[in-house]
Design a protein around this ligand. Structure first.
Ligand code: CP
Length: 310
């Protein structure tokens, strides 16, 4: 198979194991390209992409933009705060106005769950979900799994624990779906108030003792507490959260084994992980960011191939 089974990337739930293998194989090729002195290929000179960001982003926005530039696509950058959305324009009208300028693909981050699916059903363009509320962040999960594969040889059979605010995390859901599809064993760990009630229906176990979780795992993917999505208090204080669920170097050193320490960013140093953990030999956090460009090049390239064929 050298073609994706889907015309959009809306969530990991729409991907097959073959799709993930194809994306990783393509990303490995592009990772070699972006380490050359000339980091660019002419593959997408005939494709125009609009990046619609209705929510803040550092890594995902810059990574998509760089991936598109490395592929020689023409790009338009849109940020909601500087647009006519603030004057009451609908999402469909905004997208259709942008598409009438002969745009082929939309990369969108939006605060609402399902915004990408909604757009894909209402406009004529390929849609890539760059994060929809608390739902999915498929390219983050792909770059996370790719980083595990690169560091540990394969994802299949690995024990992965996702630690922190699972309830508000699109990274958690996309990671669980991607890891399970590839044959990893997954646990989630955090305060029970921040773990969705039905999470075990996804085939994951719950652990509330962070040290036990670290002793069990090959990979710990640590998430930020998303205060901006909370309208009630889920735990008494940040200090207590850090005492019970924060990861420090002393804990990692006492494990007697090396684990892969991941974080999608942005990090709250001193809350979910200490600075010496973020910068330790366990950490592959910047490796994840580097792989993000190659993964996004692969996703964009494979979806653009489908546009060209249709
Ligand atoms: N990992 C991630 O989505 O980071 P940004 O919010 O900075 O894009």
């Amino acid at each position: 198979m050298n073609s994706l089974s889907t015309n959009h990337l809306l969530g990991i739930k729409d991907l097959t194991q073959n799709d993930i293998e194809l994306i990783f194989k393509t990303a490995t090729h592009f990772k070699e390209v972006i380490n050359r002195p000339i980091k660019k290929v002419p593959s997408l000179r005939d494709i125009t992409i609009a990046n619609l960001f209705f929510e803040n982003s550092t890594r995902t926005k810059l990574s998509f933009e760089l991936a598109e530039k490395r592929l020689s696509a023409d790009i338009l950058n849109f940020s909601a705060s500087q647009s006519s959305v603030s004057k009451g324009e609908t999402l469909i009208d905004t997208a259709n106005n942008i598409l009438s300028m002969k745009v082929d693909m939309i990369v969108m981050r939006h605060p609402y769950v399902g915004a990408g699916v909604f757009l894909s059903k209402n406009v004529k363009a390929t849609i890539i979900n760059a994060g929809d509320g608390t739902h999915e962040h498929p390219t983050q999960a792909l770059l996370d799994s790719y980083t595990i594969q690169e560091n540990l040889g394969e994802v299949k059979g690995k024990k992965v624990v996702i630690i922190g605010d699972i309830l508000h995390s699109r990274v958690a859901l996309s990671n669980i779906l991607a890891l399970k599809l590839q044959g990893a064993t997954v646990k989630v760990c955090g305060p029970l108030s921040l773990i969705p009630k039905h999470i075990t229906s996804l085939g994951v176990d719950i652990e509330t003792d962070v040290y036990k979780a670290l002793q069990w795992c090959d990979v710990a993917n640590v998430l930020r507490v998303q205060h901006e999505r909370m309208d009630i208090k889920y735990f008494p204080s940040i200090r207590e959260y850090t005492q019970l669920f924060g990861i420090n170097k002393r804990m990692l050193d006492s494990l007697g084994k090396k684990i892969l320490l991941m974080h999608p960013g942005p990090i709250n140093r001193g809350v979910e992980i200490t600075s010496d953990v973020a910068d330790s030999e366990h950490s592959v956090i910047l490796n994840q960011v580097e792989n993000g460009v190659a993964i996004r090049m692969a996703v964009i390239y494979l979806l653009a191939e489908k546009i060209k064929r249709n």
